[in-house]
Design a protein around this ligand. Structure first.
Ligand code: 6YU
Length: 507
């Protein structure tokens, strides 16, 4: 059998999202030169995807740098590449700590065409934000009273509303409807169908960083373009969905020149690649769907169970462009409140008939000089997945009807629409991960555990796992994804290059 140096090891990265790109960058910097990326689609970036609505740049996937401050590697890269505006990079912006929930200047519209004032909405928002904060604290203290965030918030909201709004009972019904709107928005933040599916005990596993969330003025994909420029031109094989990773494999094909590789990667088009190590960065949604066939031998039970326990859901955007705004000049967020929804719930009873009720509201794209009058609607869950199956015309028609109802203005007509369809994207199968009821941070660690598992006599570190869902504190984010790619690259680096700083062993 031919001997190769460790730096010659064949490393394949599956998926060219930010975690895959980050892993490749790090490995190449440390002297590994046989690094390849296999990507199912024709593009890099995965869930970082910038699109166009007329002349406007819009983000189909990731929107913000969450917590843009020194500790955030995405922020650091964006600063290095000079992709942010001055305000986003300022020390003041980096110091603002809002615990992951920035306070936007809102306009509240109701289904009877009313606009709600601060005296009505203030107490409901305050109560909801307090409950959200309390929901994150069981992680440290344990003993959560209810299994899910949704059940906890609803039970506590009912109790506190009776206690705190005794003197103001006339407003209780509308405030309950507002809490439903906030619950629906929280479904978008967590990327879940209902907050009843999000585990209360593990909710606080997610950590926020200081810094007021900021955007990339020229589009998030600019970050990907800059990162890709640092990689060799031919590193990515596009349009090559991987069907199966055969690991612990000893029969290599004729093109392996007498060398033995523990892994054969089989693509959907029948092509195969021999590898020493594979870093899998595909979305958890894809892994859930193909859990029984993506690896051979199949995933060990402990990993399989964690994949099944972890949550992965859908959050979609609906962009609308208007001739004129119907919102106030300083408005940053528009909420829609259905007045008849006074019973606390964040799901609709009939998805086909009432999917639009799950649309929690819109962000106003700012500044107006750059975007004109563009809103980004947010809708999560199965209602969002159903929305994806409708034609653009049907979505536009339904949203227009709702806006007319809520503003009391029968002439409002958006002139353009663009929506995302993350659930039906065959290589994402949804938007991002969340800690589902019954799962814990250990499931995330399990997901990140390389194959073969510890204690095996087989060649170590054959299949490594990165991607946003594998980051214990920053799952569901771009920075979590990037850090996970770096983590797996470092795992290989420290395997081959111990403290001495040079490649140590033969393969
Ligand atoms: C963030 C934000 N953001 C909105 C929406 C979405 C996401 N995120 P990738 O999928 O990128 O790459 C994998 C590649 O693998 C891909 O190219 C595939 O084609 C390929 N592949 C798949 N199968 C394959 C196969 N078989 N063979 C070969 N290749 C294959 N994150 O920081 N800020 O504003 C948002 C948002 C609509 C969809 C987001 C945001 C999530 C990020 O986009 C995402 O994590 C990373 O891009 C993933 O990179 P990756 O490399 O891992 O995978 C308390 C508490 C609550 C916790 N949640 C807090 C909320 C934070 C999340 N916020 C999200 C909000 C928005 C708006």
């Amino acid at each position: 059998m031919a001997l190769r140096s460790a730096r010659d090891s064949q490393i394949f990265i599956i998926g060219c999202g930010i975690s895959g790109i980050g892993a490749a960058q790090k490995l190449l910097k440390h002297g590994f030169h046989n690094v390849h990326i296999i990507e199912a689609t024709a593009r890099s970036g995965g869930r970082i995807r910038t699109g166009r609505l007329g002349h406007n740049i819009v983000e189909i996937g990731a929107n913000w740098i969450h917590g843009p401050s020194k500790e955030n590697p995405v922020f650091r890269l964006a600063c290095d590449y000079q992709l942010l505006d001055k305000e986003s990079m300022s020390e003041e912006n980096q110091a603002i700590d809002v615990g992951g929930h920035p306070l936007f200047a809102p306009n509240w519209f109701t289904s009877s065409g009313q606009k709600l004032g601060p005296e009505t909405m203030g107490p409901a928002v305050e109560l909801f934000m307090n409950l959200l904060e309390r929901s994150q604290q069981f992680h440290d203290s344990g003993g959560e009273p209810l299994p899910s965030v949704g059940e906890f918030i609803k039970a506590e909201a009912e109790r506190l509303a009776q206690e705190e709004w005794k003197e103001d009972q006339g407003n209780t019904a509308i405030r309950m409807a507002m809490i439903n709107t906030l619950l629906k928005l929280e479904c978008c933040v967590s990327g879940t169908h209902t907050m009843d599916d999000v585990g209360l005990g593990a909710f606080g596993t997610y950590k926020t960083l200081p810094g007021l969330d900021c955007i990339f003025p020229e589009g998030y994909e600019g970050l990907i373009d800059h990162m890709m420029k640092e990689l060799p031109n031919d590193i990515v094989s596009y349009n090559k969905p991987v069907k199966c990773i055969h690991w612990n494999y000893t029969e290599n094909g004729p093109d392996t020149k007498g060398m033995l590789f523990p892994i054969t990667i089989e693509c959907v088009n029948g092509e195969t690649f021999a590898a020493d190590h594979v870093i899998v960065t595909i979305p958890l949604g894809y892994l859930k769907k193909h859990q029984n066939t993506f690896l051979s031998p199949p995933l060990p039970l402990q990993k399989l169970h964690s994949i099944q326990r972890m949550g992965f859901g859908t959050n979609n955007k609906i962009f609308l462009e208007f001739e004129q705004p119907f919102w106030e000049e300083d408005c940053e967020w528009i909420y829609l409140v259905w007045e008849d929804e006074t019973r606390l719930t964040d799901v609709v009873s009939d998805v086909k008939m009432s999917w639009i009720r799950k649309l929690s509201g819109f962000t106003v794209l700012k500044p107006t000089e750059r975007y004109g009058y563009v809103l980004c609607g947010w809708i999560a869950g199965r209602e969002s997945e159903y929305m994806e199956t409708l034609s653009e015309f049907e979505v536009l028609h339904t949203v227009t009807q709702v806006l007319r109802l809520f503003t009391g203005n029968p002439t409002i007509t958006p002139r353009k629409l663009l929506r995302s369809q993350w659930f039906h994207d065959p290589y994402s199968c949804g938007s991002y991960s969340y800690v589902a009821k019954g799962c814990s941070g250990y499931d995330i660690d399990n997901l990140a555990e390389p194959l073969p598992l510890k204690g095996s006599n087989s060649k170590p570190l054959q299949v490594l796992f990165a991607g946003e869902a594998t980051h214990r504190s920053f799952f569901s984010t771009v920075h979590g994804a990037l850090l996970s790619g770096w983590r797996e690259a470092e795992r290989l680096i420290s395997h081959y290059i111990p403290a001495s700083g040079s490649f140590s062993s033969k393969l």
